[in-house]
Design a protein around this ligand. Structure first.
Ligand SMILES: Cc1cc2nc3c(=O)[nH]c(=O)nc-3n(C[C@H](O)[C@H](O)[C@H](O)COP(=O)(O)OP(=O)(O)OC[C@H]3O[C@@H](n4cnc5c(N)ncnc54)[C@H](O)[C@@H]3O)c2cc1C
Length: 366
């Protein structure tokens, strides 16, 4: 089934713009109310949803990873007001767009494989959404917006009600400057008594939401936060030491976990590799070093690709971490851009690390 799905996608992928255009046309005809879930300017949406759907469909042979993720995603989609008929329309539009693009190569067997996979996905998401008793999203007020550098900002929010996240998770976020453009961000702090949440946001080139947040966020803005997602965490009872690998703002969820660990007297040894292209990308390094100086279980290893920085490893995170062996007896957490995660995980596997030692949140749509 998965081979048929992947093979069809390999043929269709070069035509993502055409497929997306047909997909949205059909979706908005079948279920006109879904138009309200998307930004007014559909150009910014591009192939985002189709790519995300196909990514998930192709994971259908990994139910242990996929099902917990789909359940979280189903809960997350409640923020749009999604109803069962919308799932049906999305499935019909996706298969219709693929069929139109692939012509005779879209055989009945291929169609059956895609339809079965989509049904499994939609069912998991809908069941989880129906069972969730939390709000579909939380309103949160901006209490602080501070530029940490020209392209990086810290935003501290005070949610109306406590958001039930655990250290290491992420959530989707909508800001008033960019309605309907939800993006994922990771709290950089462990849950606090006052419920406040800190995000670290880097403005990416041409980025619709990240640039608006960094440049135009105001105190008192009200953001919407979706339900928490993700599986990065430290199991303190496993007896294993920990390796953390964080690239850029991918440090945020690791920072949140460290924040939680420092509340305990005893912890596993944690070796944290914090990497970026240059020293400027290691925005949090001084604070991390300060944290390590009072917590003997923590070792911070800065890694830069360019420039000469004393006390620092040189190269990509993938090269440096895997260059030190397969890390037997360690649990490994990886967080950063999709390309950084891919490179790090594949190098580590070659270096002898077992896949089940490594945790990352792989289901990115960016
Ligand atoms: C699980 C998860 C957690 C995340 N946590 C954080 C976080 O804590 N802080 C944070 O700043 N960001 C985080 N991100 C990234 C964030 O969700 C957005 O993707 C990012 O802010 C860009 O959104 P945008 O609307 O500005 O860019 P878009 O308008 O969507 O994209 C504009 C251009 O930028 C490229 N692009 C998109 N994302 C990135 C990226 N991350 N790096 C480089 N180029 C990119 C796109 O390919 C496109 O060419 C996280 C992403 C995921 C999946």
């Amino acid at each position: 089934m998965v081979a048929l799905i992947r093979d069809a996608w390999a043929k269709a992928e070069p035509y993502l713009p055409e497929i997306s255009q047909f997909f949205y046309g059909m979706l908005f005809t079948l279920a006109p109310t879904t138009r309200e879930f998307f930004p007014i300017n559909m150009e910014v949406q591009r192939g985002r949803l189709v790519r995300a759907l196909v990514h998930i469909v192709q994971m259908v042979d990994r139910p242990d990873d996929l099902v917990p993720f789909l359940r979280q995603l189903g809960r997350d989609h409640r923020k749009f007001g999604v109803i069962p008929q919308h799932y049906e329309a999305v499935g019909t539009a996706l298969l219709g767009a693929m069929k139109r693009q692939l012509g005779p190569e879209w055989t009945p067997e291929v169609e059956r494989a895609w339809a079965e996979a989509f049904t499994i996905i939609a069912r998991s998401m809908q069941e989880a959404a129906a069972a969730d008793e939390n709000p579909a999203y939380w309103n949160a007020t901006v209490a602080e917006h501070r530029r940490l550098s020209w392209d990086l900002a810290l935003v501290r929010l005070e949610p109306e009600h406590r958001v039930p996240y655990t250290a290491g998770q992420y959530m989707s976020v909508e800001v008033p400057q960019r309605p309907r453009l939800w993006r994922y961000l990771s709290p950089a702090n462990a849950p606090r008594d006052d419920g406040s949440i800190e995000f670290h946001i880097r403005a990416v080139d041409g980025g619709w939401v990240s640039r608006a947040i960094v440049s135009h966020t105001q105190a008192e803005d009200v953001w919407r936060l979706g339900p928490p997602l993700g599986r990065l965490h430290v199991d303190r009872g496993s007896g294993n030491d920990i390796v953390m690998v964080g690239g850029g703002t991918g440090m945020a969820p690791l920072r949140s976990i460290l924040d939680e660990l420092q509340g305990w007297g005893q912890n596993p040894n944690v070796t944290l590799f914090f990497g970026g292209a240059t020293r400027d990308d290691l925005y949090d390094l001084d604070e991390l070093r300060a944290l390590a100086s009072v917590n003997p279980w923590l070792t911070v290893v800065p890694v830069v690709e360019r420039g000469d920085l004393p006390g620092c490893e040189h190269g990509t995170l993938a090269e440096v971490v895997a260059g030190q062996g397969g890390w037997p007896g360690h649990d490994i957490l990886v967080s950063g851009s999709p390309s950084m995660i891919r490179a790090t995980v594949s190098r580590m596997l070659v270096a002898g690390t077992a896949l089940d030692q490594i945790t990352y949140d792989p289901f990115t749509i960016d």
